[in-house]
Design a protein around this ligand. Structure first.
Ligand code: AKG
Ligand code: FE2
Length: 309
């Protein structure tokens, strides 16, 4: 990905979250955007992802980190996850770096700069009984223990209207503000490695501990719109009961201040994120989460008022 000018058209400015939207995100931990992508851009994502699945790459990762999610045709008709799609597909990256997406994230996170942290190309095949299609309750911060930031967030970008029938992403309202219990070392493991009922139980116990109800809100996302969720918002998704594949990209975003930090499990083991074996080192010899090859800048406010205007 190359740098772009961080400017918006008048129409795009009108699609930014309002002050009320920013307040609502702070309170609820999620936001459903206006239309940020044209129908042509959304259709291009579908075509580019089909080329990706057929094996086309602009470049390949120089090495495979230990926990890389990387669907290949021999894995068959399970849910597909492909990390670093912004690195491997220039066609997809060109759409993900559209400044309005970073600008919306900057408003929500109240940050002057937004960089890519990760992007995952996702496809849920249209098979209602497919167990791998279920995304158990989790929040993304658990996978990002090597990050200093508490403001990171994710844009969930479907490649079509995304409905409950398709197993759209579902938010647990306000859960980003909960204090956590039972967040033991296991939470750094990806949900695919964990037991579903264990995670459902953890959600219920956390709600009780906070005197809160579990209010699940499925995101009905029109074509070209996307949802955003805070890194501590519990979310998950169900079966795809529709006759079509559910296609999306999870675009995980970091604010400009985010840095690598060493994080040890209670057994002393160092937590390792996939970036740690890929990105350049900073002056202190630590993984540089601002390496432009893997973590390009999506948005920089031109003036202080851009963040709040
Ligand atoms: O695919 C989904 O429904 C959920 C994706 C997810 O966990 C995320 O975007 O952080
Ligand atoms: Fe997630």
């Amino acid at each position: 990905m190359t740098t772009t000018e961080f400017t918006l058209t008048d129409a795009e400015r009108a699609a930014l979250p309002t002050d009320e939207d920013v307040r609502s995100y702070a309170e609820r931990g999620w936001y459903l955007s206006q239309k940020l992508l044209t129908d042509d851009e959304v259709d291009t994502l579908v075509e580019a992802s089909e080329r990706f699945y057929a094996g086309h790459r602009a470049r390949r990762l120089p090495s495979r980190p230990a926990k890389l999610a990387y669907w290949e045709p021999e894995h068959g008709d399970v849910q597909r996850h492909n990390d670093y799609v912004h690195y491997e597909s220039d066609e997809i990256a060109a759409i993900l770096r559209k400044p309005i997406i970073g600008a919306v994230a900057a408003r929500l996170a109240e940050a002057a700069e937004i960089r890519v942290f990760q992007s995952t190309l996702i496809l849920k095949p249209p098979s209602p009984g497919e167990p791998s299609n279920i995304v158990p309750w989790h929040f993304d911060r658990h996978y990002w223990q090597t990050c200093t930031s508490e403001r990171m967030l994710t844009a969930f970008i479907p490649m079509h209207e995304c409905t409950e029938e398709m197993g759209t992403i579902t938010m647990v309202d306000g859960s980003h503000a909960w204090k956590e219990i039972g967040g033991d070392d296991k939470t750094t493991r990806h949900f695919a490695e964990r037991n579903r009922s264990e995670l459902e139980d953890l959600l219920v116990r956390n709600a009780e501990f906070n005197g809160a109800q579990v209010n699940k809100i499925p995101m009905h996302i029109p074509k070209g719109h996307m949802s955003f969720h805070h890194c501590r918002t519990y979310h998950g998704s169900g079966a795809n009961r529709s006759p079509r594949p559910r296609r999306a990209i999870s675009l995980h975003l970091q604010d400009g201040d985010n840095r690598y930090r060493q994080f040890h499990r209670s057994d002393g083991d160092l937590v390792v994120y996939n970036h740690d074996s890929l990105v350049r080192r900073d002056e202190a010899g630590l993984a540089d989460y601002s390496d432009p090859q893997f973590c390009p800048v999506l948005w920089q406010s031109q003036t202080a008022s851009d963040e709040t205007a």
